[in-house]
Design a protein around this ligand. Structure first.
Ligand code: SIN
Ligand code: FE
Length: 306
């Protein structure tokens, strides 16, 4: 299976014919990366000058915008640089939203935007703990931000001004990953779920879904034997291209590259065209019991990350 599904879109309105739109959503939900080789997010000369790791707070991996509050964090530059970065991230947020809305119109009413990020730190050689090391294959799951079964959809654009591709690797299908790791993950009690929330380790109660996803994420990254033995595909994602992927489903690693923009969206699993492909469905089938917290007054995503 070719992991990349190329789609010929060259503008951020994302207009495609009906057949292409069907193919795009089928590929996306079946764990492919929708690759838009001609979709460039153009930066002005002034903005290109902002592409420096020196402007990123060394304690952070990236500069990020909360598109709901309009606030940017992780910047150590001057006030004008902060404003320019904020404008750049706002513009990327709007473009990524327009793209997803047009390419996947059935998602439109259900999207919750997460953060908009600029990563200017070279991926290779970025020292970090194994849990934060995105150069190891993993599926996305965030320890502080339980998603309760919601999907993590991400739009990326390589804005490298020096012609440098972003090198990714992808691994096995989600169900193969799950079959490998689920048997070794102990469950968690309802009391433990509440305690994590009470002590503010998580922003909302951690569902069983999040418990298993986070364990899969951590155990994949921790096992050197797994990382070395699993069959991988290496992808070269060139500058001036963009790609869209369910990073909770697709096993991925960023190996090298510098200067990428990224927009995260959350989506309820109930709006998928192919619900049987979701990590939630796969895990519930394997474990034979429900994994999400039901009857909550509000979705965990109304508070996620912010
Ligand atoms: C990741 O989502 O693991 C990192 C992606 C990237 O920085 O290219
Ligand atoms: Fe990731």
């Amino acid at each position: 299976m070719d992991i990349l599904k190329p789609i010929a879109v060259d503008n951020w309105h994302g207009e495609v014919n009906n057949e292409t739109a069907q193919e795009a959503i089928h590929s996306l939900e079946h764990g492919k990366i929708v690759f838009l080789p001609q979709l460039n997010f153009a930066l002005s000369t002034d903005e290109n000058n902002l592409l420096s790791p020196a402007l990123t707070d060394p304690k952070q991996k990236n500069i990020s915008l909360n598109p709901h509050s309009g606030k940017t964090c992780g910047v150590v530059g001057s006030a004008p640089q902060q404003t320019q970065l904020n404008n750049l991230l706002q513009r990327y947020h709007q473009h990524a939203l327009a793209l997803v809305n047009t390419l996947f119109p059935s998602y439109q009413k259900h999207l919750t935007a997460g953060r908009t990020r600029l990563r200017t730190v070279e991926v290779s050689g970025r020292s970090s703990s194994y849990k934060k090391d995105d150069s190891r294959l993993h599926v996305d799951s965030f320890s502080a931000t339980p998603v309760n079964g919601y999907r993590i959809l991400r739009v990326f654009s390589n804005v490298n001004p020096h012609g440098v591709a972003r090198i990714w690797q992808t691994g096995e299908s989600f169900s193969t990953v799950a079959k490998r790791f689920i048997p070794e993950i102990p469950s968690i009690s309802a009391v433990e779920q509440q305690l994590l929330h009470l002590f503010r380790i998580t922003k909302t109660p951690r569902s069983l879904y999040d418990h298993f996803m986070l364990n899969i994420h951590n155990r994949m990254k921790k096992s050197i034997a797994y990382q070395q033995s699993v069959i991988k595909t290496t992808l070269s994602l060139p500058p001036k291209s963009s790609w869209i992927v369910y990073t909770d489903q697709v096993s991925h690693a960023a190996i090298s590259g510098q200067h990428v923009l990224e927009q995260t969206f959350y989506l309820p699993p109930t709006v998928m065209h192919y619900p049987e492909t979701t990590p939630l469905f796969v895990l519930e089938e394997m474990l034979k019991h429900p994994l999400t917290i039901k009857n909550k007054e509000r979705s965990p995503l109304t508070v996620a990350e912010f």
